[in-house]
Design a protein around this ligand. Structure first.
Ligand code: SAM
Length: 224
């Protein structure tokens, strides 16, 4: 699925009411954006948004934010959002998650979804993987105690890296499979993403892990 540049997408994302501008100004007060104190769940790297728009319509009792760094992908998610009637629980950020700690304060987020994240196969780019110890450290700073991260991918190497990264960073592995679509309990309530539809149609097994943030005293020092 190659992402084509959509002329005007960037300009539209700067004015669309569902795309929050200057998100760092809401750090520590995201409840005000939604006007309630429901739990906040994020999808980082949402692409064209099928996953998060589906979840938002299934769970009005949860607040969702989809984060995507490219306007040409994000605009597709925004279009899906515009077609949803009576949806009050979903906004978007056009934003690079590397700076996510500028946007969410301690304990503001209950759950993070990462779906088919870019693999960055070269070792020298490992820190850019959204499941690297460096990113897990960023997530730790904003997740509630007991908060979880759910990660799906078709990439076996990235999955192995992510399991090792989670262990290294002191996260607790709650569930894992290398064949989600044949694992009945984990498949319950599964919402397919655009990439998941494509890869599973090609017969590729889908991997999934669910990990839980470490307690504060048990966090690894991943800064070295
Ligand atoms: C391979 S696509 C998967 C899209 C979607 N999650 C799916 O499963 O269909 C990965 C997406 O993550 C976005 N992405 C990668 N790194 C990112 C980052 N640091 N911050 C925000 N988005 C990111 C990319 O722009 C791309 O749209």
């Amino acid at each position: 699925m190659r992402l084509r540049n959509i002329p005007g997408a960037r300009e539209e994302m700067l004015v669309n009411p569902y795309v929050i501008q200057h998100p760092e100004t809401y750090k520590g007060r995201w409840k005000e954006v939604f006007g309630n104190d429901h739990a906040l769940h994020l999808e980082i790297g949402m692409g064209k948004g099928k996953f998060i728009t589906t979840l938002a319509s299934k769970h009005p009792e949860i607040n969702y934010i989809g984060i995507e760094k490219y306007s040409s992908a994000l605009i597709k998610g925004v279009e899906k959002r515009e077609a949803m009637e009576d949806c009050k629980n979903l906004f978007f950020l056009r934003f690079d998650a590397e700076y996510i700690n500028q946007v969410y304060g301690p304990g503001e987020v209950e759950r993070i979804y990462l779906n088919f994240s870019d693999p960055w196969p070269k070792a020298r780019h490992a820190r850019r993987r959204l499941t690297s110890p460096e990113f897990l450290r960023r997530y730790e700073q904003m997740l509630l105690p007991g908060g979880v991260l759910e990660f799906k991918t078709d990439n076996q190497e990235l999955f192995t890296f992510s399991l090792e990264s989670a262990e290294y960073a002191g996260w607790k592995l709650l569930e894992a499979t290398r064949d989600l679509h044949h694992q009945d309990t984990m498949l319950l309530d599964n919402v397919m993403t655009e990439y998941e539809e494509k890869f599973s149609a090609m017969g590729q097994p889908i991997c999934k892990m669910i990990i839980q943030v470490p307690e504060i005293g048990r966090r690894a020092d991943t800064s070295k």
